[in-house]
Write a protein that binds this ligand. Structure first.
Ligand SMILES: [Zn+2]
Length: 86
């Protein structure tokens, strides 16, 4: 089983890797639908939508923080990342 099946990555000035298949295309310009910037590399996250690494990282962090806070924060416990806001 190939790593990255079903995943479509574009690399600026490089090309794309779609489900593990490399196509070289130096004219490729990767862009991110989330921060609306041209980026070094982006990955498809849905029809006509792409995301860059910093945006994905932010969302991964948000996933972890949200899960932790909703699982661990009860009426009697302190909120661990209360100082992280915004
Ligand atoms: Zn982005």
């Amino acid at each position: 089983m190939l790593a990255g099946m079903g995943i479509d990555v574009q690399v600026t000035s490089g090309g794309r890797v779609n489900s593990g298949a490399v196509s070289v295309d130096p004219t490729t310009v990767a862009s991110c639908s989330l921060c609306a910037k041209k980026v070094e590399a982006s990955v498809g996250i849905g029809p006509d939508r792409t995301a860059c690494a910093p945006c994905l990282r932010d969302r991964l962090d948000a996933l972890s923080v949200a899960r932790f806070r909703l699982q661990e924060s009860g009426p009697s416990s302190t909120i661990p990342w209360g100082k992280v806001s915004g």
